[in-house]
Ligand binder design. Sequence first.
Ligand code: HEM
Length: 401
Amino acid sequence: MPGPPPGPAGDRIAGNLAAFTADPLGFLARCSREHGDVVSIGSRNVLLTAPDDVERVLVDRAGEFAKSSPRTRRRARKQGFPRATMNSDGAVWRSKRARLGPVFARGLVVLAAETAGAEARRIAWPEGAEFDPAPAAARLALRSITFLLFGAAASDRDADAVGRLVHEIMDLSVSPYVLPSWVPTPGALRMRRALRDVSEVVAKARRGDAPVLSALAGADDDEMRDELATLVLSGYETTKNAILWTLHLLAAHPEAADRAAAADSFADAVVREAMRLYPPAWLTSRETLRDVELGGFAVPADTTVSVSQWVTHRDPRWYPEPHEFRPERWLTGADRPRGAYFPFGLGPRACIGAALATAEAVAAVTCLCARFRLLPGDAVVRPRPALSLQPEGLRLRVAVR
Ligand code: HEM
């Protein structure tokens, strides 16, 4: 009979929660280093770091894992957007994904690259002095997603309305006190105003020919709201952070920036390597539907199993000198297990916007490297594991080429 996985859990669950909250990335990396590939990190909570386990959990052919369980569904319903593709399961998810999937295929990917390139050409960075590149990257990512979801007629004002809604939702999701939405707190009032503005953007766009909205044509207002909110939420911050981390790394590696400006294939390797070192999505979870055995350990039903891009992407077994930025890793067909790299997840529930986000980041980075020589700022940059991994403290300097 296999036993439970080792780990720092024991009866010090409160202590682990505190350690995780204080430094999630450090805690996860330490757990894997000290306890191995299958670690009990808390009550009904297991971390898996070996590529084979990552693949087994995310690609799941045996029906052992699901995105949600009855326990987590109850929580999700309270937290919002239950009718989005991202938050559905089973047959409901299948039909939603089949409806949305084709829209995110080729056509929208080409458009994403064009939009991001055009937005990157509008960026005016000051020469010489140190500055924060986040506002420009945020504007680029927000305008791109608004344009892609709501169609070519979407204006800068529409993008601002979408941006306000995203920030209200993010504020709400980190707020420790989630009050019912009818309580007229300043936040709730701002949220209601932001939702109303975005409803107007949607109503206007529905009269146009935006492909995503056409695919959602039969949806009622609630479903439309859930779908669009999760698409914007999952597509905006992540892509913005992927672009920022790439710029951060290129500022420290000018020879890679020169090559990225000259060749799309190298820019692609640069973005891949940036998402290996600084994966915007740093933790992905599933729920066990029955008792399972993982890496020789027993994991009971109704347990959250997490895989961490942050931990697995920096494992020296798959990446020699794992902390070094080496885009060249991606130019040769290295023999690496599939589950060793999963910035967009893997399997049927992998990111619907993966190709789109990559095209957007590559186009933006190529254009910016061609226009500017990037130089690092003086401050120390720290990965901040919010909903998406942010480069806290990032400053750049540029010289116009
Ligand atoms: C660099 C940018 C992005 C990263 C790192 C990222 C990451 C991810 C990851 C890891 C998942 C899988 C989660 C899981 O397995 O539980 C996912 C799912 C998803 N992503 Fe992204 N994403 C990005 C951009 C986008 C964009 C641009 C969109 C759409 C506009 C998008 C929409 C979605 C949706 C709808 C799902 C759920 C798919 C499903 O459940 O069938 N993402 N993303």
